[in-house]
Design a protein around this ligand. Sequence first.
Ligand code: GLU
Length: 335
Amino acid sequence: MHPNLESLQPVHGRFAPSPTGLLHVGGARTALVAWLSARSAKGRFTLRIEDLDPPRVEPGAAQLIMDDLAWLDLDFDASPSLGGPHAPYCQSECSSYYGQALEALHKGGWLFPCRVSRRELRTMASAPHGPARGAPYPASLRPRHLAPQWFDDVSGAAIRFMVPDREVSFTDRLHGIQTENVSCAVGDFVLRRRDDLYAYQLAVVVDDLRMGITEVVRGEDLLSSTARQILLVEALGGTRPAYAHVPLVLTAAGKKLSKRDADLTVAFLRDAGIAPEAVVGYLAWSLGIREAPDPISARALIADFCWSRIRSTDPWHLPPDLANSLCDRRSSYSG
Ligand code: GLU
């Protein structure tokens, strides 16, 4: 979209966690930036729960994430508990939308069935003259002819997107211009798995489009998915949102936060008696939005927020004992 048009559109941001466990401070930091971006533009903000993959979903986690966000005082205009004009807000309830999108892509000639299993793909990759490890899905596996009615019976097949051989460019608000030729990097990717589950790439694009999301603010680990998602937005005839990928938060040892790091969850800090303002102030400082890690409410950050204040895209390393370093500051919050 033309940059001037982008600025005329009312802003609609979202936070879209997968309920696979408790909210870590890394997720909270991303939520804070996404919320500040929308609220500082007087925009709307939506919470979507991405519970698409049943085995990975932890029962009760979605509610606990919502409780943690409320404790941090990050509010929403639409969410699974509030409802809203684009309900449902849980992906597990949105299959019919994904089915319709898949049908539209089929009509556009973008899809093909793939009956090659992941194991077979791995075996091909390890064969002496096979594609290299981590290589894109081999274009040679695209069927040359498709039966006209193939879409009517796709049992036992994954459905892949036929990636065009061209570069995709976009400007990330933090990482600048990004360019990728998806056919070289990834190849034809899966939109519906053999077990009938819709893939994240399809679901996220369909939901962002149907909800009218204008800006996608999320963790940097998804930067490499963005070019694929832009191809899907374009194939579906939609308008791409603005993108910003928030740098990762790592443990003191330099590892990605995982379920094992229970002491780095928002729930742990709350149970340790830390004030939400202490957590928000620390996260804002870690982003460069504040000069010092002093306690402050999320609302007090809205007026001064602007993207140019986040200068570094380096990962943020947490201290070895986050709760203790925040404890030192909990008594100093005055409003
Ligand atoms: N559900 C994804 C996650 O929790 C985020 C997806 C997105 O923001 O696009 O990592």
